[in-house]
Design a protein around this ligand. Structure first.
Ligand SMILES: Cc1cc2nc3c(=O)[nH]c(=O)nc-3n(C[C@H](O)[C@H](O)[C@H](O)COP(=O)(O)OP(=O)(O)OC[C@H]3O[C@@H](n4cnc5c(N)ncnc54)[C@H](O)[C@@H]3O)c2cc1C
Length: 275
């Protein structure tokens, strides 16, 4: 029977994300929240493992109080219980502080866990740092960017796409896996899921004090990372007229743009060029 933890971040629903043209920033507070797509894949992976191996699934999230919504959705989809880490003092936490808080919560609420599943990255911040940092915090092995998982006893066999290779890896439990957003297609909320999520949900709420976190090392104060600017990149356009015979034009084109052309076709043209 496997004891699994799925880390789920609530992210803004992109289609509803209003943009403030005056400041050039996203108005997150006005957007509907949803389960981060890669976290949904991590939950789906845990549900499939439980179908064959048995076990229990704890969904855990850190965020403002409204993040509880993603725990209810996870329970509706089949998770056994939820843990919400919320505290205004933890707002503005960078990935390192977030990983530390998640680790302490997992140790306190899921002692003896076997497998931690995370999304590989989030759709709103996209650092892809929390999974690997969480494995470090928990002092367990971790494998990132996985798109297929099989459990056999105390060993997990995984596949992941790395550059142009498909890698097959094995890891002994306990361990942590980050799952890609395209892994395994996902289920819909089953009949009875809503009853479980709203009438019977087992959700524990913890704050920084309950986690035993040092108040100096949480939130903005405890985070070493600073976001200096957020802006929408603009693409500049410039027209260039190349003249001469076709051979001369092609030579000019490669002389000016061979790094870009090489990048697009995946070849270093300087190395490829015949002497
Ligand atoms: C009160 C409060 C307010 C917050 N407000 C914001 C906010 O406005 N914007 C914001 O981006 N973050 C907010 N956070 C959360 C925290 O700062 C981020 O989760 C963290 O910096 C993650 O960065 P990332 O999205 O790049 O993660 P990545 O490293 O890209 O995430 C990879 C995976 O790690 C796991 N993970 C990451 N974050 C969490 C999480 N919070 N809970 C559970 N699992 C997680 C998921 O499995 C995810 O798929 C808040 C936290 C608190 C307590």
């Amino acid at each position: 029977m496997l004891k699994m933890v799925v880390c789920i971040k609530q992210v803004p629903m992109v289609s509803e994300l209003p943009w403030d043209p005056a400041t050039g920033t996203l108005q997150r507070d006005l957007a509907e929240g949803m389960i981060n797509p890669a976290c949904r894949s991590a939950l789906e992976a845990a549900l499939r493992i439980r179908e064959t191996e048995g076990g229990e699934i704890t969904a855990i999230t850190m965020g403002p109080p409204m993040a509880e919504e993603v725990l209810r959705e996870a329970i509706a989809l089949g998770a056994d219980r939820g843990v919400l880490l919320t505290d205004r003092k933890m707002a503005g936490s960078d990935t390192s502080v977030t990983s530390c808080a998640l680790a302490r919560a997992i140790e306190r609420t899921c002692a003896g866990f076997d497998l931690v599943l995370c999304g590989f990255s989030t759709s709103d911040s996209e650092t892809a740092q929390v999974g690997p940092q969480l494995a470090e915090e928990l002092t367990i092995p971790g494998v990132a960017y996985v798109n297929s998982i099989e459990v056999a006893g105390r060993t997990v066999r995984m596949q992941r796409i790395s550059d142009d290779f498909l890698e097959t890896l094995e890891m002994d439990l306990p361990g942590l896996i980050t799952v890609t957003a395209d892994a395994d297609s996902q289920r819909h909320v089953p009949l009875g899921g809503l009853q479980r999520a709203f009438a019977e949900a087992d959700i524990a709420t913890l704050d920084a004090e309950a986690l035993g976190l040092d108040p100096e090392r949480i939130g903005v104060k405890g985070s070493a990372t600073r976001i200096l600017n957020v802006y929408s990149p603009t693409a500049a356009k410039k027209n260039l007229v190349l003249t001469g015979a076709p051979k001369r034009i092609v030579e000019q084109l490669f002389a000016r743009f061979d790094d870009k052309i090489g990048g697009a076709i995946g070849k270093d043209l300087k190395m490829d060029r015949k002497p």
